[in-house]
Ligand binder design. Sequence first.
Ligand SMILES: [Zn+2]
Length: 106
Amino acid sequence: MDGYVNKKDVFNEIVDSYHIRTDIQFKALREALNKVPIADVVPVQHAHWIEKKHPQYPDICHNKYFCSHCNKTAPTYYLDYSHEIISEKWDYCPNCWAIMDEEVNE
Ligand SMILES: [Zn+2]
């Protein structure tokens, strides 16, 4: 899997680490970075599910799970073919697309 970096961060790191100070050095560095292909990437949002009781019927309704990033919920309960209640939490939030792999110490 490829990793992605911010060209500005690479530029600043090289300037600091290799003491780039002259116009010729800056020009050479800019030209080298301009040769590196650009990829369109989207930052990945990490989040976790927060379990909350139903506000009106906490004793008879199943708890709902809310996304820690957008605070919206996703359906987590359904009936299978034998009408058993199945609970499954999504691996991602269907509202904001956050990946639900955030570690939480509770
Ligand atoms: Zn979300």
